[in-house]
Design a protein around this ligand. Structure first.
Ligand code: ADP
Ligand code: MG
Length: 661
């Protein structure tokens, strides 16, 4: 009834794939195990599926598992599964021809790129069954189709042909015997098998059992037992209600590799046209393996519990690359490639859903654990900032997740030591909400905006405490308006690109056109001041020609004599410095000098210039006034030595007159 042994040639592509596998992928030998285990798992899936309508297929062996045993004497590694098995035709067709699209695609890709890129391609294509030849000189596959009456053995050294012959193999399913090559011998060791299974196949839905020797009673022979070496079930496939926090935290250590604890996680199943499960974590702090460049690890992609990619940036929004976790799809093919992922609509749906879940998780954490969230923000806020600048679809939600320092939460450098740090600077109106933290969100800012305030104010600089004592804030502070202090260089870019939040303009306190609503009295006073200091404005314009764009009367100053502000499209000083340091050509920035007409120094200068119009002394005073405003502004002085010399002169004069007085 059975046919005798037959020798058949491999299809041409098979020989090519085999050669490729053996010669190019030696450094990643261990993938053979992942591939063979996946095939076994597929075979078990198929059996389980068919058994729904044909329960008789399971008769005689209800056990669905994958077994691995090593024989050191024979130098073989054997993998057995009780799955669907293969008929003679199937053995010939499946193992003798390139049926599976991955191998063909791999070949095409290699033709394009050349052999050298093979190692990086393996993870993307999966070379399937043929990867057995990475560790074997001969592979013997024996299989009995579920419900079949005959078994067959397929044998090949992976050169140019294979043989097929009948076998008396009794169990259902497939047995693969690998005759290990010199290089494959390391897989005789149990620890090596465990290690690879744990890394790549830990969450296969069936038990993977390794034959181990157990020491029995004293003097009794060693006992052989089957020991399960993979997790009972993928954590993310289990119902949430049955998983403890410890288990979630334990799993985080596996996906984050750098260790540490998760701050929060979301575990979900998406059902409908695309089905996938996800378990995503927000790290509490930066893991060791964390880098800020674009190449860092993303999510792990599993397809049907089999690990496909370790770091799959394609599965989440780019700004979300600090998120750790897994996505497990039932719909993607096991041999999915990066290229395929990038332009598959399925991957896009997954990405959309994961991004949505990540946003929800962030929002929930920010509202339920505000203090922990702030700590998290300190470590990962720059990613959220990047998102609110680049991710047009989610920028509104991301902007709400940002946190800033503000004049309500940071003490200025010159504040009295015992001044309460967190009290609003203007407490007179009495309606100021208590500020529990030194961080503020845009939402919070808006809810505590003062009557008559229509914009959101900010000032960018290097250090919150220094920025908060900037003269530019004087009139805003006087009105009790909160000003966000942007000390991260990225903040300014984010604000430039956001422009608005909840319909309110984001306005820099540095800009000359900062329009504050003023009372009629204030307007009148301003006009009068303008007329009275006009001669000084003209004089200063004359002496500072080439250094500033204009000299104007200030509406923002109360305590300082002068300040520099940005003209239209002007670059803030700290950005100018940053760009210069980065070697970018930045044209010299001309700023506007604003003068406080009610300051004694300004009044005195005005009088002095009336007495000795345009004298050297007047020039010197005006230049020092400009230079110190420039310093406060954060700009660098053209000639610091000259400035120092002038200040020394002034001090000398002051000291002499103090002596004389
Ligand atoms: P792929 O798994 O991507 O189809 P492989 O090269 O890994 O490609 O396997 C080729 C084919 O051989 C599989 O599609 C399957 O039909 C068959 N096969 C491999 N291993 C087994 C097994 N253990 N049991 C049943 N069929 C198998
Ligand atoms: Mg396969």
């Amino acid at each position: 009834m059975s046919s005798p042994q037959e020798v058949l040639p491999f299809q041409a592509e098979v020989s090519q794939v085999l050669r490729l596998v053996v010669h190019s992928l030696y450094s990643q030998r261990e993938v053979f195990l992942r591939e063979l285990v996946s095939n076994a798992s597929d075979a078990l899936d198929k059996l389980r599926f068919r058994a729904i309508t044909e329960p008789a297929l399971l008769h005689g062996d209800e056990r669905l598992s994958i077994r691995i045993s090593a024989d050191e004497t024979a130098n073989t590694l054997t993998l057995t599964d009780s799955g669907i098995g293969m008929s003679r035709e199937e053995l010939v067709k499946n193992l003798g021809t390139v049926a599976h699209s991955g191998s063909k695609a791999l070949l095409e890709e290699l033709k394009k790129r050349g052999d050298g890129s093979a190692p990086s391609l393996i993870g993307q294509f999966g070379v399937g069954f043929y990867s057995a030849y990475l560790v074997s000189t001969k592979v013997v596959v024996t299989s009995r189709e579920a419900g079949g009456t005959e078994a067959f053995t397929w044998t090949s050294d992976g050169e140019s042909s294979f043989t097929i012959e009948p076998s008396d193999y009794a169990p259902r399913g497939t047995q693969i015997v690998l005759h290990l090559s010199e290089a494959g011998k390391e897989f005789l060791a149990g620890w090596r098998i465990r290690e690879v299974v744990r890394r790549a196949s830990n969450y296969i839905g069936y038990p993977i059992e390794l034959e181990t020797e157990k020491r029995g009673e004293e003097g009794a022979p060693l006992e052989k037992v089957w020991e399960r070496i993979n997790e009972a079930k993928a954590l993310w496939q289990r119902p949430k209600s049955e998983i403890t926090s410890e288990e979630y935290e334990g799993f985080y250590r596996e996906v984050a590799t750098g260790g540490g604890k998760p701050l929060a996680w979301t575990h979900f199943k998406v059902e409908g046209t695309t089905e996938f499960a996800g378990l995503l974590y927000l790290p509490e702090e930066r893991p060791f393996d964390f880098s800020f460049d674009g190449k860092q690890r993303g999510l792990k992609l599993f397809v049907k519990r089999v690990l496909i990619f370790d770091d799959c940036a394609e599965l989440g929004a780019p700004w979300a690359r600090f998120v750790r976790g897994v996505v497990d799809s039932d719909d993607l093919p096991l041999n999915v490639s990066r290229e395929l992922l990038q332009d598959s609509s399925l991957a896009r749906t997954i990405k959309k859903q994961t991004t949505k879940k990540i946003l929800e998780l962030l929002e929930e954490t920010a509202s339920l654990k505000p203090r922990e969230y702030e700590k998290f923000f300190l470590a990962f806020g720059s990613f959220l900032k990047e998102g609110s600048a680049n991710d047009f679809e989610h920028r509104e939600r991301l902007a709400k997740l940002l946190r800033f320092r503000s004049t309500f939460t940071v003490a200025p450098v010159d504040a009295p030591v015992d001044a309460p740090v967190d009290a609003p600077l203007d407490a007179t109106s009495g309606d100021a909400a208590p500020v529990p933290s030194d961080w503020v969100s845009l939402v919070e800012y808006v809810t505590r905006m003062r009557e008559g305030q229509s914009d959101i104010y900010y000032l960018a600089g290097d250090k919150a405490s220094a920025v908060s004592s900037s003269p530019h804030l004087e009139s805003l502070k006087k009105r009790g308006f909160e000003v966000l202090l942007l000390t991260d260089p990225v903040d300014a870019f984010v604000f430039e690109s956001l422009r608005q939040f909840e319909g309110k303009d984001l306005v820099s306190a540095l800009h000359a056109d900062l329009e504050l609503e003023t009372s009629d009295d204030e307007k009148k006073a301003h006009e009068e001041a303008e007329t009275s200091v006009k001669p000084l404005l003209d004089r200063a314009s004359e002496f500072l020609k080439g250094k500033v764009e204009a000299v104007l009367v200030s509406q923002r100053l109360t305590d300082s004599p002068a300040c520099l502000v940005l003209g239209e499209g002007g670059l803030p000083a700290h950005l100018e410095r940053m760009l210069r340091e980065a070697g970018q050509p930045v044209p010299p920035q001309k700023r506007i000098l604003e003068i406080n007409p009610s300051h004694v120094l300004v009044k005195a200068l005005l009088a002095l210039d009336a007495k000795e119009p345009g004298s050297d002394r007047v020039r010197e005073f005006i230049e020092v006034l400009h230079d110190q405003a420039a310093l406060q502004h954060g700009a660098t002085l053209e000639d610091p030595n000259l400035f120092a010399k002038r200040v020394t002169n002034l001090l000398t004069m002051a000291a002499e007159s103090a002596l004389a007085g």
